[in-house]
Write a protein that binds this ligand. Structure first.
Ligand SMILES: [Ca+2]
Length: 406
């Protein structure tokens, strides 16, 4: 199940036996072991938002898989990260769709491409997914279809039965204001699908997430499904402070409503109290919880500290953790940061190119789940964390991936 060489059956049994001699300490999580959330499926391994990617994430131990949602011209919810299909499908290579290319304004930003709302579901069925990240395996391009939300739910239910554990979905309403402006509002469509699945209730294995606030408030009046407020930023400054530039500076509904402020306002104690009035958790960019700073700064920018000729996250050093996890937990809010990626260029110096080190670092901060492009690494990191923190209590979670939450 895991890719970790250190978790062989013998080692696992030995550690479990050792752990059984000591009382388990309580975990810093709000509700049991942290969740492994397959980000866009298993986007590090297979093209994002495909049934094959979601299935792989589940086979790698993911507790939840994450379909981002956009609407087709005929109002069907499909799994895509962007309304613009150009980067994640082969649409630009299909001559019959060439005339569909145009400029659209998404959250105030003009984009050129092919937009889901210009395609019927029947036309979407003709497209195939591609790996959007150039350094990742391009060998699966052109093989897999673009799934509907309904197909994702069907897959997850089949996999839950087959694996004997409950696997959930973590749908994100993408650009809610934009979709409303097109007459393709996502919220009721999503709730209709959840109702059809028997999953429109508090106990459903579902979290709904959004970077906007107004649509979460609207959803709170319509459903008891758990809601998560995403908290974005634009980037990281050399000193580890977050930068804020449009369109990643604030929820787009705030722009429309003329509300001042930044995403960071949502993770102050007052902001968290506000979020707790309509949501069950936050999904912050991980640097809100523990940031990184340049090891060497030259002319106001990060320099190549590790001497590999590149300047990236591996040239940054981990800073002390912020109080955001504790403050969110004090409001009863779950904390599910994003996005964890296994490439060495994405890991700061202290993690030494080993993704399980980063996961353990965040699990030890008390995060309640992680959005992982490589769910196998998130699962392996969780096993290592639980073996140290609570091997007896979470034995079933360690061995079978069940009973991870209390
Ligand atoms: Ca470097």
């Amino acid at each position: 199940m895991t890719s970790s060489p250190s978790l062989s059956g013998v080692a696992l049994a030995t550690l479990l036996a050792l752990g059984a001699t000591a009382a388990d300490a309580a975990l810093p999580q709000l509700n049991g072991a942290p969740l492994v959330i397959g980000h866009r499926g298993a986007a590090g391994h297979l093209p994002e938002h495909t049934l094959e990617g979601y299935a792989l994430a589940i086979e790698m131990g993911a507790d939840f898989v994450e379909p981002d949602l956009v609407a087709t011209k005929d109002g069907v919810l499909i799994a895509r990260h962007e309304p613009n299909l150009i980067a994640t499908t082969n649409v630009k290579d299909i001559p019959k769709f060439a005339a569909r290319q145009r400029v659209a304004i998404v959250d105030g930003v003009p984009e050129t491409g092919f937009f889901a709302s210009d395609f019927t579901l029947a036309e979407i069925r003709e497209l195939r997914a591609v790996q959007a990240v150039g350094v990742r395996d391009q060998g699966f391009n052109g093989r897999y279809k673009i799934p509907t939300l309904r197909e994702v739910i069907t897959l997850v239910k089949q996999k839950s039965l087959a694996q004997g554990r409950t696997i959930g979905i973590y749908p994100e309403t993408k650009h809610p204001t934009y979709h409303k402006s097109l007459g393709l509002a996502l919220e009721d469509r999503l709730l209709d699908e959840l109702t059809l699945a028997g999953w429109n209730d508090r106990a459903a294995p579902v979290f709904i997430q959004s970077f906007e606030t107004a649509n979460l408030r609207e959803l709170r009046t319509k459903t008891k499904v758990r809601l998560v407020q995403l908290v974005d930023a634009d980037g990281l400054n050399p000193d580890g402070s977050l930068s804020f530039a449009a369109p990643y500076d604030k929820p787009y509904d705030w722009v429309v409503a003329g509300r001042p402020g930044l995403f960071s306002d949502l993770v102050t104690p007052a902001g968290l109290a506000e979020v707790a009035s309509y949501a069950d958790g936050i999904g912050p960019w991980k640097y809100y919880l523990q940031s990184t700073a340049c090891k060497v700064v030259v002319a106001g920018a990060c320099a190549d500290a590790n001497g590999d000729g590149l300047v990236n996250e591996a040239d940054r050093t981990v800073l002390p953790a912020s109080p955001v996890v504790a403050n969110a937990h004090a409001q009863g809010l779950l904390v599910h940061p994003y996005t964890f990626r296994s490439e060495g260029s994405r890991l700061p110096l202290e993690d030494q190119g080993t993704p399980t080190n980063e996961y353990q670092r965040f699990y030890q901060l008390g995060v309640d789940g992680v959005f992982a492009d490589f769910p196998d690494a998130a699962y392996a990191g969780r096993s290592m964390y639980l073996l140290k923190a609570a091997p007896v209590t979470y034995r079933r979670c360690l061995v079978k991936g069940t009973g991870c939450s209390r």
